[in-house]
Design a protein around this ligand. Structure first.
Ligand code: AR6
Length: 235
């Protein structure tokens, strides 16, 4: 679905299926999941969808849907800063001043800080595209996910949890964003940049934390479609 086609048909209703397909014999549904969780294992890396709060995730890194100032905001950003404590703002200020030379954080160029008071050990801060003004929202949304994953791999992290980047204040429709996100995540799990399985790098789990049941269902549909279809041609 393109961004423009979604805008013409904003009230698409998705069928929800609890139909966990076998993909090359590697997809599975484990018995340890909450009733609405879905997971699939791709070349040893678990891709998991959950309904939940990103600030509660006990993972190596949570991804913050940040803004260019890197100094906090609403939504995921506000929740992460509140839960992590004031040390996180200090760490972000340090990056703005010392690493970025006072400049804004560019779209889809993630940076990493400690997680401080969060259960997560690190926070990867990434700015997603603003739909309606970004000249390449799909390319930048893909890059936001892929470069955040690459940064996690660079730091030898085993588990990363993402929120639904850009689908809140940044205005992208979740029905448009979910297939882009799921294609990027699954493609990354299938093969890291080197062509090696991503688990060769130590990344064991990529988790999508959806804030509502409706968002979860849209992501579930997108993940199932991607697993059934395979990679997007040229993508
Ligand atoms: N856990 C998981 N998902 C959440 C949570 C949470 N605690 N809170 C909100 N969401 P947004 P964006 C969902 O606006 O669109 C900030 O002000 C939310 O329902 O956080 O990338 C930044 O500073 C939505 O589905 O991120 C930027 O200025 C999704 O997370 C701007 O918002 C993303 O919503 C970034 O906008």
């Amino acid at each position: 679905m393109t961004l423009s086609s979604h805008r013409r048909f904003p009230f698409i209703v998705y069928a929800v299926k609890r139909n966990h397909k076998e993909v090359s014999g590697r997809s599975l549904l484990t018995g340890s999941l909450a009733p609405h969780d879905m997971e699939t294992v791709i070349r040893g890396c678990t891709v998991r969808l959950v309904v939940g709060d990103i600030t509660q995730q006990d993972v190596d890194a949570v991804v913050n849907a940040a803004n260019r100032t890197l100094l906090g905001g609403g939504g995921v950003d506000g929740a992460i800063h509140r839960a992590a404590g004031p040390e996180l703002l200090e760490a972000c200020r340090h990056i703005r001043e010392q690493v970025l030379g006072g400049r804004y954080l560019e779209t889809a160029r993630p940076v990493i800080t400690p997680g401080f008071r969060l259960p997560a050990r690190h926070v990867i801060h990434v700015v997603g595209p603003i739909c309606g003004s970004d000249p390449d929202p799909e390319g930048n949304l893909r890059a936001a996910y892929a470069r955040s994953l690459a940064l996690a791999v660079e730091h030898r992290l085993a588990s990363v949890a993402f929120p639904s980047i850009s689908t809140g204040a940044f205005g992208c429709p979740v029905e448009w964003a979910a297939p882009v996100a799921m294609d990027t995540v699954v493609s990354f799990a299938e093969s890291a940049g080197s062509g090696e399985p991503v688990t060769a790098t130590g990344l064991q789990e990529i988790r999508m934390v959806l804030f509502s049941q409706r968002d979860y269902e849209v992501y579930q549909q997108a993940l199932q479609a991607r697993l059934t279809r395979g990679p997007k041609a040229g993508g």
